[in-house]
Design a binder for this molecule. Structure first.
Ligand SMILES: Cc1cc2nc3c(=O)[nH]c(=O)nc-3n(C[C@H](O)[C@H](O)[C@H](O)COP(=O)(O)O)c2cc1C
Length: 271
């Protein structure tokens, strides 16, 4: 019997958070559980300690897709998850290209921790790099699917025995999706960092929202840590002071917009 509904998610620009919060509240409502216990591990300070999940917990877990996989800089943290006997619903958000093996990989992390996968989902979120690729998603239509998923998930959890499921993706998991330059050569954007223009008002919001704690608080034009290109700083800046000027990164962004901005990929869930 489920005693606690928990969220467990990372969300730099808020799309994962939107789906996970709605789904968990919907499931809790149908299970007559009055409150959802929230674990948001987006900021570095929230990854200092791993919550412990146990039998009686239903964990609604979410990460964005990065290069077709679970963000690799989170793996060290995620590999310490503990949850013997808990139920889990891995969910990934992706920017309208593809989620490749992210969902199966996310599921395997929880299986290794002794948790039982009872559902899963792949939803679309506005692409981190862009304001036009999957713009505004997840939107109302996606949220209706989240609600439908939540209701069915709660029903499944009320019927014994609760069967586990297999999530889609290849096993063994494929290598990370590789962006390319205009000549088709693989590019490496790992070292690319955002720049700051003269509009900056030094409000420090960029430093506060950076999930890697990579922006220097004293001088926000300096990126002293690892940048994962989540674009939280660029999208949250109130005056448009953050930008990227790396040629290969900008080419990749435009290519994604040209290839995928016109297609509406459906939200999918598995039970
Ligand atoms: C470095 C990086 C790589 C990404 N790779 C993919 C990808 O392979 N496929 C895709 O469809 N979206 C990809 N995205 C887009 C995000 O998965 C998507 O925008 C997601 O909704 C962001 O979640 P958030 O708002 O919770 O941060 C990538 C984003 C980043 C930052």
């Amino acid at each position: 019997m489920i005693k606690r509904v928990c969220t467990f998610y990372f969300s730099a620009t808020g799309t994962t958070q939107k789906v996970i919060k709605r789904l968990s509240h919907c499931v809790a409502y149908h299970l007559h559980i009055p409150k959802v216990t929230e674990f948001n591990f987006t900021l570095p300070s929230s990854r200092k300690e791993m919550p412990i999940f146990q039998e009686g917990d239903l964990v609604i877990a979410g990460v964005p897709v990065v290069a077709g996989r679970v963000p690799n800089l989170l793996l060290k943290f995620l590999d310490t998850v503990q949850g013997e006997g808990a139920l889990v619903v891995p969910v990934v958000l992706y920017g309208n290209r593809n989620y490749d093996d992210a969902l199966i990989e996310f599921g395997q992390i929880f299986e290794k921790a002794g948790m039982k996968i009872v559902g899963g989902g792949a939803f679309i979120g506005e692409h981190s790099f862009s304001k036009i690729l999957a713009h505004g998603r997840p939107d109302e239509e996606d949220m209706k699917i989240v609600d439908e998923f939540g209701e069915k998930l709660a029903k499944k959890c009320l019927s014994e025995p609760i069967h586990s499921i297999k999530l889609p993706g290849e096993d063994p998991i494929r290598f990370y999706y590789q962006p390319r330059d205009r000549h088709g050569n693989a590019i490496d954007i790992r070292k690319v960092k955002p720049k700051t223009n003269e509009k900056c008002i030094n409000c420090k919001l960029c430093a506060k929202v950076c999930p890697m704690g990579a922006i220097d608080f004293e001088d926000v034009s300096q990126v002293t840590g690892i940048c994962i290109k989540c674009c939280a700083c660029e999208k949250r800046c109130p005056v448009g002071a953050k930008y990227f000027d790396d040629e290969n990164y900008l080419y990749h962004k435009t290519e994604l917009e040209e290839q995928y901005a016109g297609t509406r990929r459906p939200a999918e869930y598995y039970l």
